[in-house]
Structures are given as structure tokens and as C-alpha cells.
Design a protein around this ligand. Structure first.
Ligand SMILES: *[C@@H]1O[C@H](CO)[C@@H](O)[C@H](O)[C@H]1NC(C)=O
Length: 309
């Protein structure tokens, strides 16, 4: 906050300035502002032009769309990598420990859930790729629009300053031909800059759109591949759970500690194996497997229906 005294001094200074500035000085200041604004508009238009050329060069390279898609994928992957890897290593660890689990059935169920979560993580990653693609495309389109609008705003401001130049030129005693010639030149300059900015801006937008349509196809393909691979890995993990369960069941000796699968089976002794299989079979492949393993191991007994053991 200004002190009241300071404010009074500031006002006095402004008043003094506005009364003492001669039309000639005001004219020169407006001329400077106009030149500056024109220069700025020119710089911005050239920036837009360079940017357009850059994107045209990129778009003409055959591998560029794939490179952009690949970069999008790497970025998405790095966002998910640590979470994904820790889930996978946790899965591997739990899989190794499965045979020694107190409740093999429960441990296998947990593993299946974790395996599905790992697949979900890949799906999220694939979704993130698409999100990153849209964000990039939008940012590039905005960039073209922003540069175009910036140049046009600067050209507009240059024209405003040109009118000020005309005003103070007249006050400073310029001849009509002189200040009218100036304003005519300013109109030509600013219209040219504004027009060129529009031309480049619109061209850039078309190039960006066309280029990113191709990138979109590549990103979609990559995202599909990620999902397919995740599905294949999920199947592999399910198989490895099955294998581990089989191994766990095979480990137990008939005389020694009961195999975990056998423990699970013995808790269902009141059912005939056929009935149990038919109720569980469609529901979970895992239970089927546990039963099948136990069935196999117990075959000598089970071949004598109907009851177990
Ligand atoms: C910007 O200024 C340079 C130098 O005066 C000129 O050659 C160029 O054509 C100008 N650019 C535009 C877009 O008017």
C-alpha cells in the first residue's frame, strides 16, 4: 500500500508530465511504440513460420509419426513402471511361496487377484498413452493458434499506435499528406502481418491435424499391442499358478504331511467328487485344478465310488 503522501506526489507527477509533454515528444513516443509493436508482430510471425516449417519437416519424415507414438509410449510406461514392476515381483515371490502356504487355496486365490490387478495396470497404461496423445495434439494445435493470435494482437496494437502517431502528428503540425501517408503505411504493414499470421496459423493447424491423425493410428496400435501382451502375460501367470498348485500337491507324501490340495479336498469330504466337480467346475478353473490334482493323486481310492478316503 502506498502512503497517502506518496500517492499525492505520484498524482502531482503524472499531472505535471501530462501537461508538460509536448505534441512533438508525444509523437515520438507513439512512433517508437508503433515501431516496437510492428517489430514484435514481425518476430512472432517469423516464429510461427519457423514452427510451421519444423512441423512440416517432421510430418514429411516417414518414421516421425512412429517416433512420436513411441515416445508417448515410453512416457506412459515410465509413469507406470515402478508400480507394475513391484506388483510383478510381489507376484513372483508369492508364487514361489505358494507350496508352503498354510492355505494353498486361499494363497492361490490371492495370486489370481494380484495377477488380474497386474493386467489392469497395463490397461491403465494403455489408457494413459491415449491421454498423453490427446494432450500432445491439443498442445500443438494451441501453439499454432497462440502464435497466430499473438501476432495479430501485436499488429492490432501497432495500428492503434499508428493512430496515435497520426493524432500527435497533426498536433505537432505535420502536413496532412505526411500523417495520412503514415497511417496508410501502417495499415498496409499491419494488415500484411495479420494476414500472414492467419495464413501460417491455419496452415499449421491443418498440418498438425493431419500429422496427429497418423500418430493416433500408431498410438492405437501400440495401445492394442500393450493390451494383448498384458492378456497373454495374464494367461501365463494363471498357468504358473496352476503349475505351482500341481507341484504343491505333488510334493506331499501320502504318509507325511497332507498336501495342501489334499487338505482342501478333505474339507469337502461330505460331497462325492463328481458332485463337487460339477458344482465348482464352471465357477473357477482354480478349484477345478485343485480337485483334478487331488483326484489324480487319489485315483486309486476315488476309482471306488462314491465316497472319498
Ligand atoms: C519481418 O521483417 C523482415 C525484415 O524487415 C522482413 O524481411 C520480413 O519479410 C518480415 N516478415 C514478415 C512476415 O512480414
Amino acid at each position: 500500500m502506498f502512503h497517502r503522501h506518496t500517492v499525492r506526489i505520484l498524482i502531482a507527477q503524472v499531472v505535471a508530465q501530462s501537461t508538460t509533454v509536448s505534441p512533438q515528444a508525444a509523437l515520438e513516443e507513439a512512433e517508437r511504440d508503433e515501431r516496437e509493436a510492428l517489430k514484435q508482430a514481425n518476430v512472432t510471425v517469423e516464429k510461427l513460420q519457423k514452427w510451421l516449417e519444423g512441423i512440416q519437416t517432421s510430418a514429411s519424415k516417414p518414421d516421425e509419426t512412429d517416433e512420436v507414438a513411441s515416445k508417448i509410449q515410453s512416457e506412459a510406461e515410465s509413469d507406470f513402471r515402478s508400480e507394475y514392476e513391484s506388483m510383478v515381483s510381489s507376484f513372483d515371490k508369492k508364487l514361489k511361496e505358494l507350496a508352503d502356504a498354510e492355505d494353498v487355496h486361499e494363497a492361490a486365490k490371492e495370486l489370481k487377484t494380484l495377477s488380474k490387478d497386474i493386467q489392469k495396470e497395463s490397461k491403465k497404461m494403455a489408457k494413459e498413452m491415449k491421454k498423453k496423445y490427446y494432450a500432445l495434439r491439443t498442445s500443438q494445435k494451441d501453439k499454432a493458434q497462440d502464435l497466430m493470435q499473438e501476432a495479430q494482437k501485436e499488429a492490432h496494437y501497432a495500428m492503434k499506435m499508428a493512430r496515435k502517431v497520426e493524432h500527435f502528428g497533426r498536433k505537432a503540425g505535420q502536413k496532412e499528406a505526411e500523417y495520412e501517408g503514415n497511417i496508410g503505411k501502417a495499415e498496409k504493414n499491419t494488415e500484411h502481418l495479420s494476414g500472414v499470421a492467419e495464413k501460417y496459423g491455419e496452415k499449421a493447424e491443418r498440418v498438425v491435424e493431419k500429422f496427429f491423425e497418423k500418430v493416433e493410428d500408431k498410438v492405437e496400435d501400440r495401445a492394442d499391442a500393450v493390451e494383448h501382451q498384458a492378456e497373454a502375460k495374464q494367461k501365463e501367470r494363471e498357468q504358473s499358478i496352476k503349475d505351482a498348485l500341481e507341484e504343491a500337491a505333488g510334493k506331499a507324501t501320502p504318509a507325511g504331511k497332507k498336501a495342501p490340495a489334499a487338505v482342501f479336498l478333505s474339507s469337502s469330504q461330505e460331497f462325492s467328487p463328481e458332485a463337487l466337480l460339477s458344482t465348482v467346475l464352471p465357477a473357477t478353473g482354480l478349484a477345478t485344478l485343485v480337485l483334478a490334482v487331488a483326484w489324480y493323486r487319489r485315483r486309486p481310492t476315488l476309482s471306488m465310488p462314491p465316497s472319498l478316503g
